[in-house]
Design a protein around this ligand. Structure first.
Ligand code: LLP
Length: 418
């Protein structure tokens, strides 16, 4: 579901023709639909309304402060993984008490900052990390609320780069070792309140079975922990809900909740969820312009002014994104690879695509680019990061300017020169 639609050949975002945005900002530009992301958040919220819950938007999917602030206004919390994300979450208006902090490599500086700001909870991934948080909390005379992230060893059937809950992955504490570790931490690390269990089994998961399987294992673990005197009051089930890029058929949040809540409800815990892609994935596009049409010996290339530095998902994961004209195009069709200007053969958005006969200057939209698009963008080939625009009904707001050439060398210097 989203509020991008083609009418008489023109692509609209809500009530704005996207080409009108490009005329103001230039291309490439990310365009987000506020209504789409808000409705997605509200759908998850509604699905879990029958149980005490906290929906922590996973900032890594799209950490534009305009996006975060839109969700903050609806009551969302944040799932963060770095000091930078802590800064962004607070800056966008998410209260610290609604922030959960995950990640395998939190540094001492990051832990200290998060404790001082009063984040709700740390999701701890190893015993050394637990000891580090315990000692920093001691120095600050604070008690840290913590959950341990458990690796339940289930297969969520998604791309291997974004599978995180199998025992060969670096994440979490192996389920077979978890009980011992929780109990040790609870007894020995006096500056920690060990009150939560966290799982996150992967991303772009379209079937609910692996969650149910993981949660059943977690139920057994929680009973063991409670029998040993721990008071477990929260269960964080991570993110991972899949979206439609082409012909996937993901469960809706309501269907998802219907399957997982019967397993969770008897535990009497507060549920925390960390959705990222589900909220913003279909809420964004990358709008680009055709620079050249290059006819090769056995294939055509449509060369865009956007590259893998702007959207790396096709290059990195072989991910499919639909690519459509944003303005009326010729009736005939052509087959082409849609590529960027970067000096790598991996710089493509789609291969062997059937598209209308395109010409130079034509605007094209790479769809479903709201999640892990701008947030994974880089300056490779010294390309400036694109602009970002948030559309609200008939209005649009440039929420991030395109970088300037000066931005590219900010902070650099040449030795001996002032
Ligand atoms: N919670 C934790 C602990 C995570 O590691 C992640 C994502 C999420 C929540 C949010 O997952 P989501 O609901 O967005 O699936 N760059 C990849 C996806 C990497 C996901 C990393 N962790 C992509 O473009 O497909």
């Amino acid at each position: 579901m989203h509020y991008f639609a083609v009418k008489k050949g023109w692509l609209w975002c809500e009530n704005v023709r996207v080409v009108n945005i490009a005329k103001k900002t230039g291309t490439p530009v990310y365009i987000y639909s506020h209504r789409t992301l808000a409705e997605h958040y509200l759908k998850i919220n509604a699905a879990f309304s029958g149980i005490e819950n906290l929906i922590c938007y996973s900032l890594k999917a799209n950490s534009s402060i305009a996006v975060i602030s839109s969700l903050a206004k609806l009551g969302a919390g944040a799932d963060i993984v770095s000091g930078g994300e802590l800064y962004r979450a607070l800056r966008a208006g998410i209260p610290a008490r609604k922030i959960v902090y995950a990640g395998v490599g939190k540094t001492s500086e990051e832990i200290e900052a998060a404790l001082k700001k009063g984040v709700s909870m740390f999701n701890i991934e190893s015993m050394p990390e637990a000891e580090r948080i315990n000692s920093i909390a001691g120095k600050l005379r604070k008690k840290a609320n913590v959950a341990f992230r458990v690796n339940p060893d289930v297969d969520p059937d998604t791309h291997h780069y974004i599978t995180t809950g199998k025992k060969e992955n670096k994440f979490g504490i192996n389920i077979s070792l978890a009980a011992g570790l929780f109990i040790r931490a609870h007894k020995k690390l006096k500056n920690l309140n060990v009150t939560g269990v966290h799982i996150h089994i992967g991303s772009q998961i379209t079937k609910t079975g692996a969650y149910v399987e993981a949660l059943k294992k977690i139920t057994v673990l929680i009973s063991k922990l409670r029998a040993s005197g721990l008071s477990i009051t929260s269960l964080n089930i991570g993110g991972g809900l899949g979206i439609i890029y082409s012909n996937e058929k993901p469960s809706t949040p309501a269907e998802f909740a219907e399957r997982v809540l019967p397993v969770i409800r008897p535990l009497g815990v507060r549920v925390i969820m960390e959705p990222g892609r589900f909220i913003v994935g279909n809420a964004g596009i990358l709008l680009a312009k055709v620079t050249y049409i290059k006819k090769g010996e056995n294939r055509n290339f449509v060369i865009l002014d956007a590259g893998m530095n702007d959207l790396i998902r096709p290059s990195l994961y072989g991910a499919f994104h639909n690519i459509i004209p944003a303005q009326p195009a010729a009736k005939g069709k052509m087959k082409a690879d849609i590529v960027g200007p970067i000096c790598e053969s991996g710089d493509f958005f789609g291969k062997n695509r059937v598209v209308p006969v395109l010409k130079e200057g034509q605007y094209l939209a790479v769809m479903s680019a709201g999640a892990y698009g701008f947030s994974m963008a880089s300056n490779y080939n010294s390309r400036r990061k694109p602009a970002e625009v948030l559309v609200k009904d008939k209005k649009f707001f440039v929420v991030r300017k395109r970088e300037s050439y000066e931005d590219l060398t900010r902070g650099e210097c040449i030795p001996g020169r002032r």
